[in-house]
Design a protein around this ligand. Structure first.
Ligand code: FES
Length: 256
């Protein structure tokens, strides 16, 4: 099991920023001090029937605060959405192996839906030119935060209601967006297509496989993925919640 501390943190803000997507700001100096971009925390619901924690990726790390952006997808996250500022919530220390920001001339940050939040802290921690290409079904969020972190932002939506109509890879190609390093977080189908695209242009990409997580705790084994290794089979099973969620796109075995 992953070693972690759990504290009772005060909620400073918990607001809906897009339909079914909430930003929660916690006062948690001790957790913020040990956190890095691309990691996640476990949030604990109070309701007895949903005792398992929910892994939520870190969107921003402040001096004393931690900002989490989460989608309401089940009972636990529905409960979180009902909390008000001033209440407290149990939260773990930061878990997992996150992004490793590289020294680059131009970094391209590619996010899909609820995979966009970790890119905000990543953009904040990187120098050099930053381009964010973010895709949504319909309603975008976190554009301003990425711009504030110094990124030029391109938006794609499935509906075409905002920005480019299509997916992020089509947008990258249409706009001729290029860089010397890519980072990405979002649905597996997007990450897989981006890893193939990056391979075709001979550019490295770090991918966050957080969509695959279950308990975020090392307990459910629901998060295992295959990572290329010099073994008899050519791969090894790794836990997304512990060894990841971030891996190199080129080391993930995508066809499972
Ligand atoms: Fe449950 Fe990794 S998410 S073991």
């Amino acid at each position: 099991m992953c070693k972690k501390t759990v504290i009772e943190a005060k909620i400073i803000q918990n607001q809906e920023i897009a339909q079914g997507v909430y930003r929660m700001v916690l006062s948690a100096p001790e957790i913020a001090a040990g956190a890095s971009c691309g990691q996640f925390v476990n949030l604990y619901p109070k309701a007895k029937h949903t005792l398992l924690p929910r892994p939520i990726s870190i969107c921003e790390i402040g001096e004393d605060t931690l900002t989490l952006v989460y989608g309401v997808v089940g009972e636990g996250t529905r409960e979180f959405a009902g909390y008000n500022a001033g209440e407290t919530i149990r939260v773990s220390s930061a878990i997992g192996t996150g992004f490793k920001p590289q020294k680059t001339k131009t970094a391209v940050l590619v996010g899909g839906g609820i995979g966009v939040p970790p890119l905000v802290e990543l953009a904040k921690q990187m120098s050099g030119e930053k381009i964010a290409v973010i895709g949504f079904r319909d309603e975008p969020f976190l554009k301003e935060e990425l711009e504030k972190a110094g990124a030029k932002v391109y938006i794609a939506t499935d509906s075409g209601k905002t920005g480019f109509k299509g997916n992020v890879i089509e947008l990258i190609q249409e706009q001729g967006i290029s860089g010397d390093y890519f980072y990405s977080c979002g649905p597996k189908v997007m990450l897989k297509a981006l890893a193939a695209y990056c391979e075709s242009i001979n550019t490295p990409v770090q991918v966050s496989l957080e969509e695959r997580m279950g308990c975020g705790y090392g307990a459910c084994v629901g998060c295992v993925c295959k990572i290329k290794e010099n073994t008899e089979t050519g791969y090894e099973h790794k836990k997304v919640c512990k060894d990841g969620p971030v891996f190199l796109g080129s080391e993930v075995v995508w066809d499972e």
